[in-house]
Design a protein around this ligand. Structure first.
Ligand code: SAH
Length: 271
C-alpha cells in the first residue's frame, strides 16, 4: 500500500523489518496523532497497543495484525515483562512492529521500561513522542496549564504506584507548596488521599479542581469541583478512569476556547 498521498511530501522514514517503533497515539482524538505516528501506522505489520488507544486510529492500519496489551487502573491485564517479550519476539520474527501507546510513550506509560528491554535484547528501536493527555487532553477541556501572573509552575504526578497504592515516592505535602498546577495521572482511585495530603500540605479545601474524563474523545466529561469535595463529587458524577485531575487556580476557559471534541472526521485512506 502506498502511503505517500496521505502525508505531505517528504522523505518519510521507513519502518524496517525487525524494528520496533515506540509511538505515542495522543489522548484520543485521531487528529492529535503526529505525522510520524501516521506514517508508522501505514507501514506496520503488527501493532501492539494499549487499552487507551482509540479504535478509529487502529482502523487506519487495516493491513496490520493487532495485539492488545493494555493495562488499566493499576491492575495489570498483561504483565509488563510479557509485553516486552512479545515485542522482542515479533521483532525477531522480522516484522515491522509498531508499539502504540496512549498519549506520550515516555509519560507515565512504561515506555522507558520497554525501550530498555528492547535495547538489552539488541532490537533496533525508534521513539516517536506523542501529545500527552496531561497537556493536550486538558486543553480539550479549555484548561491552560500556565498563565502569566497566576501560575508559573506545573507538576505532573502519578496517583498510584506499580502495586496500586498511593504513590509513596511522591511527597504530596512538599508538592502542595512548590507547584501552582498539579496534574495527576491515574489519580481517581486515591482521590481522597490525594486531597487530604495536599490540604495537609497547605492547599485550601476550596482550591479549584477540574476532573477531565476521556479527554478529546466523544465520551469526554469535565467536572469542576474543589479539593475538599473532590472524591464525593467524582462518585456523585459517576466519573471513571481514564481521567486526569487538574488541581490549582488554573482557570477553566469554557466555550469557544475549548476545542470541540472530535469535530472533524479524518479520512486518510482515500487512495
Ligand atoms: N502515556 C499516557 C499516560 C498513561 S497512564 C499519556 O501520556 O497520556 C494512564 C493515565 O493517563 C490514565 O489513568 C489517565 O489519568 C490519563 N489519561 C490518558 N488518556 C486520557 C484521556 N483521554 N483523558 C483523561 N485522562 C487520560
Amino acid at each position: 500500500m502506498s502511503f505517500h498521498h496521505a502525508l505531505p511530501p517528504a522523505q518519510w522514514p521507513r519502518l524496517e523489518q525487525g524494528w520496533v517503533w515506540l509511538c505515542g497515539a495522543g489522548p484520543g482524538d485521531p487528529g492529535l496523532l503526529t505525522l510520524h505516528a501516521l506514517n508508522a501506522l501505514r507501514q506496520a505489520d503488527v501493532i501492539v497497543h494499549d487499552a487507551l488507544v482509540n479504535d478509529d486510529i487502529l482502523d487506519w492500519a487495516p493491513q496490520a495484525r493487532r495485539i492488545h496489551a493494555g493495562k488499566r487502573g493499576g491492575k495489570p491485564s498483561a504483565k509488563q515483562a510479557d509485553i516486552c517479550d512479545t515485542l522482542i519476539d515479533l521483532a525477531h520474527q522480522g516484522l515491522r512492529v509498531l508499539r502504540l501507546k496512549g498519549g506520550d510513550p515516555f509519560t507515565f506509560g512504561r515506555g522507558a521500561e520497554e525501550a530498555r528491554a528492547l535495547m538489552d535484547a539488541g532490537v533496533p528501536l525508534k521513539v516517536v513522542p506523542g501529545i500527552t493527555s496531561g497537556i493536550g487532553g486538558l486543553a480539550y477541556a479549555g484548561i491552560p496549564l500556565t498563565e502569566r501572573g497566576t501560575n508559573q509552575a506545573v507538576a505532573f504526578v502519578t496517583g498510584h504506584d506499580a502495586d496500586g497504592g498511593l504513590s509513596a515516592s511522591v511527597d504530596w505535602q512538599a508538592l502542595a507548596k512548590v507547584s501552582g498546577t498539579i496534574v495527576v495521572y491515574m489519580g481517581m482511585k486515591h482521590a481522597q488521599a490525594i486531597s487530604d495530603s495536599l490540604i495537609a500540605g497547605g492547599r485550601s479545601a476550596d482550591e479549584p479542581v477540574a476532573v477531565v474524563m476521556a479527554a478529546s474523545t466523544d465520551a469526554q466529561r469535565v467536572l469542576q469541583t474543589t479539593l475538599g469535595t473532590l472524591d464525593a463529587d467524582i462518585r456523585a458524577a459517576g466519573l471513571e478512569p481514564p481521567a486526569l485531575l487538574a488541581i490549582g487556580k488554573t482557570v477553566l476557559i469554557e466555550g469557544e476556547a475549548a476545542p470541540r471534541v472530535r469535530a472533524t472526521t479524518y479520512v486518510v485512506a482515500a487512495e
